[in-house]
Ligand binder design. Sequence first.
Ligand SMILES: [Zn+2]
Length: 487
Amino acid sequence: MRRPLYRPARTAAVLTATLVLLFPLAGYAQNGRAALENVAKAMGAASVKSIQYSGSGVNFQVGQNFSPDTPWPRFNVKSYTRTVNYESATIRDEIVRTQGETPPRGGGGQPLSGEQRQIFVASGDFAWNVVGDVVNPVPVALVDRQLQLWTTPHGVVKAAMANNATVSGRTISFTAPGRFRVQATIDAQNLVERIDAVAPNAVLGDVAIEVRYSDYKDFAGVKFPTKIRQTIASYPALDLTVGDVQPNVAVDVPVPDPIRQTPTPYARVTTQMAADGVWYITGGTHHSVLIEMKDHVILVESPLNDDRAVAVLGEVKNLVPSKPIKYVIATHHHFDHAGGLRAIAAEGVPVITHDVNKPFLEKALAAPASVLPDRLAKSGKKGAVEGMRDKRVLTDGARTVEILNIPGNNHHAGIVMVYLPKEKLLVEADVYNPPAANAPPAPTVNSNWVNLSDNIKRLNLTVDQILPLHGRILPLAELHKAIGHSH
Ligand SMILES: [Zn+2]
């Protein structure tokens, strides 16, 4: 064994002994496997094939803040149950929550009246949500759920072993290619105390996720933290106190047939002509609108992610093959609505949005996506963003497109709608999501619906039809009816 000439052997030995006392893993720096096995042993990981843990606390709606520079909206979590099967790579969260901020500070799902039950699942390469009897595919959530699965206290040890982790001091690092990079920090008892991960995000490119595990207790021979705190993109995402942990519960969560049979739901495109040269592009959960001008087209909204944007871009080419997209209008920065902007920016198309969203989107459209390079990262381009305040008008002499701020709602501080005066059409997102055509009327009136109606009146807009970016085309009269107006 070669020793450095400048350091006597005895000093090196003393140094190593000291490091071992301070950091139990340091002695294994050359032998990651042995170090990992010590952690697995301390955590009881080898015997854990599945686990269920539950508790309560607060969580936050990531990507749904009132404006881009405020924290994610907070909710009180009455009950939280996470069930994980490591052998089938299945994770299922069941959450019951209530309004957190009083008075509400605004943002997605604000204010929440009563209790909301949410079920989020991922298994293998499928992700879906359960709402009552209905299952909805959510491919955009898949990587985050897989990361959640493989950064649970035992999951991270298993994933480290499966991905040839390197061990250095108290730090275990590994990469699941195309999915995430993970660094786990181990405490003096060889328990996982912290996760620092980087994962792909449709809006942000690379996103930082931090998890802290503390106050470990013994549950039937398995160590588990009773405090779990998480941040996503530096804002709090979860603060959970764990009360119950059950290792090796039976977990059987089959992938529902409608989910298995639709592996690429974002590729589904259904188009409806709303007026001559105006198309409502739907097919899934989030819609876009295409407006044809004399020598170009304008796209309103590029939601979800690259996959959806590619499908929408394909449809734009089908509908108007000869004209380039001059602008994409982004109604607001919420992640479900802005997730396809990077792919449009990769085509060199500038974004028009309210000034509130401009600095955020400029940063997002210049951010690296190194974990899973997306179309923008591969293009080498940076997106351009044009801001606006109350109103911006685009015209080719024949058709006029008005982009208008919607002030005073509690969904978002800088959300715009698109008005076509000649066609008497109004495109809006999230301030009014109509119920299904045959659904009973909503039991309560949402203040944002009233706000939209008030803004239409204030601006003297003549609207025949609303083209909501969730739901279906409907007459303005239906909004009036929903808020109890008869006119
Ligand atoms: Zn929104």
